[in-house]
Ligand binder design. Structure first.
Ligand code: ZN
Length: 202
């Protein structure tokens, strides 16, 4: 944790994120099985959206069914995909707990990883003056959660290693674009496992 990156580090206590993905047994039109092989890229993740389960008039919204397919969603609202930064600011300013408002719909690995990354943003507010370092800390949070829940997700070992390597490439490019050295040791399964242990001990 680099000093000064966040002005509200952990302002909301870390909490459970409910994740939904299409279920074949629900027989919903448009069903597509969870794809655990999608590469992690830095673009806007397709088929990922935070669905609202409480009144969120302070957030930009769109119909969840535009982004989460095959899940039986009809008139539920979701955080507009362009509104991640708005939500990060609003949760901090209002000191709200994200899980009281949102759950994550994601039907592929890339979507799930960026959903976890954004979930970390929602709990830690930063002025975004150090973009690469801010993003790095959200990347590492996402990877730790992925590692801790790999069995529930159904992630094969090599899929996890692939995600770690792809996230490292993205992070390194961010530091290079800022002309800063990239020294993060966390894109390594052993280092991430240490963070999992530290988390459990706490
Ligand atoms: Zn981010």
């Amino acid at each position: 944790m680099a000093e000064g990156v966040f002005d509200g580090f952990g302002h909301a206590p870390l909490s459970t994120l409910t994740w939904g993905r299409p279920d074949e047994r629900a027989h919903q039109p448009g069903f597509v099985a969870f794809d655990g092989t999608t590469p992690i890229d830095g673009g806007n993740p397709a088929r990922m959206v935070f669905v609202m389960h409480a009144e969120c008039t302070f957030l930009p919204r769109e119909l969840a069914s535009l982004h989460a397919l095959g899940m039986g969603l009809r008139d539920e609202w979701a955080l507009a995909p362009y509104g991640i930064d708005d939500a990060t600011d609003a949760f901090f300013e209002r000191r709200l707990v994200p899980k009281d408002f949102l759950w994550l719909a994601a039907d592929n690995l890339n979507a799930l990883v960026w959903g976890l990354h954004d979930w970390a943003h929602f709990h830690n507010h930063g002025p975004f003056e150090e973009r690469a370092m801010t993003e790095l800390q959200c990347d590492v949070s996402a990877l730790v959660w992925l590692l801790m829940n790999r069995d529930a997700i159904g992630l094969a070992g090599d899929a996890l290693d692939r995600v770690i390597a792809q996230m490292k490439t993205i992070s390194k490019a961010r530091f290079e674009s800022e002309g800063k050295p990239f020294t993060a040791p966390y894109f390594d399964r052993r280092e991430l496992e240490k963070l999992c242990v530290a988390h459990v001990v706490e």
